[in-house]
Ligand binder design. Structure first.
Ligand SMILES: [Zn+2]
Length: 170
């Protein structure tokens, strides 16, 4: 085989030209680039590059913007704030039915019902006892309760640290 660069004759098994050092290819060691494979891998690299350096940062920024647009102090029931699914009807151990609606209204949550709407706010986070703060309001009266999620649609309601009722969702 002849060197393509300087024309020196080399043995057929030679990998480099003995005269100029040029790399020699014969039928055994010739590298045939697989065009279709390299096209796919280039495409993959491009997409992986774009996903990690373009789309994930964009999604992250959009997520932060949306998060900041959400009302912080509006602990609407059922929102991402609390793991307790409060809206619905609950049978309480005092024999009454407590109702919580998704728009923040509730029923039978005041010791004395003076008339007018009762509203509730459930805290997003639990306190050190693992209880959510359940603030009830029927102006001008307020009642601060705490709620422990017992699982299986059962909660315990505390007032001043004392167990007031257990409630089971209907
Ligand atoms: Zn050569």
């Amino acid at each position: 085989m002849f060197c393509p660069k300087c024309g020196t004759e080399n043995s057929n098994s030679a990998k480099f030209c003995k005269s100029c050092g040029e790399r020699l290819f014969n039928n055994q060691n010739q590298i045939i680039p697989d065009e279709s494979l390299s096209t796919i891998s280039r495409w993959l690299k491009k997409w992986i590059f774009e996903i990690f350096l373009v789309w994930i940062p964009i999604a992250f920024i959009v997520g932060i913007l949306l998060f900041n647009l959400m009302p912080k102090n509006l602990n609407l029931p059922g929102m991402w704030g609390s793991s307790v699914d409060l809206p619905g009807m609950w049978s309480a151990s005092d024999g009454s039915i407590k109702t919580f609606s998704a728009n923040g209204l509730c029923k039978n949550m005041m010791p004395v019902d003076i008339g007018g709407p009762q509203t509730y706010i459930l805290s997003k986070k639990t306190d050190s006892d693992g209880r959510y703060i359940l603030q009830i309001s029927q102006p001008p009266n307020e009642r601060t309760l705490s709620l422990k999620n017992k699982g299986g649609d059962k909660v315990e309601i505390f007032e001043d640290g004392e167990l007031l009722w257990t409630m089971t969702k209907k």
